[in-house]
Design a protein around this ligand. Sequence first.
Ligand code: ATP
Ligand code: MG
Ligand code: MG
Length: 370
Amino acid sequence: KEVTLERLNEAIENFAFEGKMTECRPYGSGHINDTYLLSYEIGVMGRIKVILQRMNGEVFEKPEELMENIVNVTSYLKERITENGGDPERETLNVIPTKDGSSYYKDSEGNCWRSYKFITGATSYDKVEKPADFYESAVAFGNFQRLLADFPAETLHETIKGFHDTKARFAVFEKAVEEDVMGRAASVQKEIAFVRSREKGIANYFSELLEKGELPLRVTHNDTKLNNIMIDDKTGKGICVIDLDTVMPGLAMNDFGDSIRFGASTAAEDERDLSLVSCSMELFDIYARGYIEGCGGKLTEREILELPMGAKTMTYECGMRFLTDYLQGDTYFKIHREGHNLDRCRTQFKLVEDMEQKWHTMQSIVKKYM
Ligand code: ATP
Ligand code: MG
Ligand code: MG
């Protein structure tokens, strides 16, 4: 549903912005929320910019829990950044409360709105232009992990239940095969066998280690793409991680792994020519170096050793989700052509196979930076 001017004005009225509004326009290229940039003039010299977002009520059903996560994580970050002599106005998101002190405003139609201080002198890039961008995003997500290393991750709400519970997603996949509502299972026997043969080796791997207490629960971001980082216009350094909607308790390896899944692939996610699809070891190396450096010794040795497994798991899980959606009739991921989800599934499985072949290289890369 489109944002109406009435509701936008209603939201603006309910935040404690100072000064006279001189600008209000849609901003950025986010796909989930509706983002606006507002400028205010205070006196003759002062100028303040803020971000106002209508949160996506379909994707996120519990705005109060989501905002509680964001407020707790950003307040904690602010303290750590200040202690370290950083700039808490630029290196973390800052929630601007509503006039009555709440972290979000629910308008008369039930839409929820929130506001952040605008981060100045920095840009979020939609596309990786050069390896240095990929490296900077790795450092920024690593820093995020480092600063939050002692945050009690288990106190965060799981805003999307079982988001990276690969074992649970495997069960959903098996159910889709069994029900076979579209009659497509027979035509994808090879892909189904691919998933099944890796049930123990991949699908159950992390959950078993978690149960045994061998992996710590971390604050994870869960949407670790380049445009969720603000890059400083002067220094080119990744200064701030934004878009904290999916901050949840999880595994550091999964944040790392999802970045590798889409960032180190040599082809598009829906490429049909599988000979073009591989996992670049050059890019894997760059990201691993940045991430491990950014984490600054806060990851356990075990976590570092399991980073390649994070890449394999996230890629397998994603391919399995595309296959599940194909079997269920393409109800979750938007498709733009016949068999689109199957094409996507195949690129992911090709990447998994490629990682399996390059396994020793991946392991020696992470050991190099340990
Ligand atoms: P996605 O599609 O990545 O999930 P989204 O819809 O959740 O995006 P955000 O990533 O929160 O939206 O914001 C969209 C864009 O707005 C960002 O990529 C960034 O360019 C800009 N932006 C968001 N917050 C700020 C901020 N505090 N300061 C400056 N720019 C910001
Ligand atoms: Mg975003
Ligand atoms: Mg987002």
